[in-house]
Design a protein around this ligand. Structure first.
Ligand SMILES: Cc1cc2nc3c(=O)[nH]c(=O)nc-3n(C[C@H](O)[C@H](O)[C@H](O)COP(=O)(O)OP(=O)(O)OC[C@H]3O[C@@H](n4cnc5c(N)ncnc54)[C@H](O)[C@@H]3O)c2cc1C
Length: 278
């Protein structure tokens, strides 16, 4: 993989999305907008001129995506083309890299990744084939730090290692956003401490509500311990004798008990869990 201090970025697409990112580039450190490609060359030239007018990099128009990959000045691509062309854009990228036309450090793709799940899975497969690391979110260590110096991530976007689950997790909920944001801020300010909080999430649906902790993956074994079927109880998510997640269904004030259970190496059986949290 290439490495250079400043990141040279090429845009695939020259419309609203690309221009929006170029405009916001004035607030981005250590990266330059170097290229843009569009199937309509005059659009590419116009977007490149726009980037230069913003002084966000020595941007020029390229004749193809492969030409951008060939240019050592371009380290990463940002796919901003229309949704229906994203798969063919990535096919060209993967083809160029696997044929040794050039290298990339990364690709960003404007949302949505694709038009449907089948296409999205193909996008992921193509990126992996091209030797790119594909992760669920921004990868950080236990201090919320990304591999880039002085860059931190927290909240919805961050994929972080959790010691109790012995896995990397990404949590799109409020408690994680609040606590991880604080943890990242503390570390950034010099009070370095690992983020080990097991976040909970919640929702309310009329007279039903829940709080939940850990991994609530329906592919895990589940044990439902109802006080009143489907109205009040606790659902445990188990794997290899360990509790990996706890759903507290209309069961309140037990988040810490659920956390303690997930931290406990067990082993646990369904019978041993019956009545454990009420
Ligand atoms: C409809 C809805 C209902 C929800 N209900 C619940 C719930 O019941 N329980 C629960 O636990 N959680 C719930 N959530 C999730 C919770 O709101 C989120 O997990 C939380 O807000 C995430 O916080 P965050 O700071 O990580 O991200 P965000 O709140 O998304 O903040 C990210 C910020 O970054 C800004 N930004 C993005 N890109 C850039 C850029 N390039 N430069 C500068 N700024 C940028 C965005 O404008 C935004 O202000 C809900 C979310 C939604 C949308």
């Amino acid at each position: 993989m290439k490495s250079s201090k400043r990141l040279g970025v090429g845009f695939v697409g020259s419309g609203f999305n690309a221009r929006f990112h170029m405009l916001s580039w004035t607030g981005v450190r250590d990266a330059d907008v170097v290229g843009v490609w569009s199937p309509t060359s005059e659009h590419a030239r116009s977007a490149a001129a726009y980037a230069r007018s913003l002084d966000v990099g020595p941007c020029k128009a390229y004749r193809s995506i492969t030409d951008m990959i060939r240019d050592p000045a371009i380290d990463a691509l940002w796919i901003c083309a229309p949704n229906q062309t994203r798969l063919e854009n990535l096919e060209e990228i993967a083809d160029a890299i696997t044929r040794g036309r050039g290298e990339l450090r990364g690709i960003a793709c404007e949302k949505p990744l694709a038009r449907n799940v089948k296409e999205a899975l193909r996008m992921v497969e193509l990126a992996r084939q091209a030797g790119l690391q594909v992760e669920n979110g921004i990868v950080v260590d236990e201090f919320c730090a990304t591999p880039a110096p002085d860059v931190f991530a927290a909240g919805d976007v961050a994929s972080f290692p959790h010691p109790a689950l012995a896995a990397r997790i990404r949590v799109e909920h409020e408690d994680n956003a609040n606590t991880m944001g604080r943890a990242a801020g503390r570390t950034m300010a010099g009070d370095r401490a690992p983020y080990q909080h097991l976040p909970f999430f919640y929702s309310d649906l009329f007279d039903l509500g829940y709080e939940a902790v850990g991994e609530l993956d329906p592919r895990l074994n589940t044990f439902a311990d109802w006080v009143e079927p489907f109205r009040q109880g606790v659902v445990y998510y188990l794997k290899d004798g360990r509790v990996r997640g706890v759903l507290l269904w209309n069961t309140w004030g037990q988040v810490d008990a659920a956390r303690a259970l997930i931290m406990d190496p067990g082993p646990f059986t369904a019978n041993a869990l019956r009545g454990r949290i009420r």
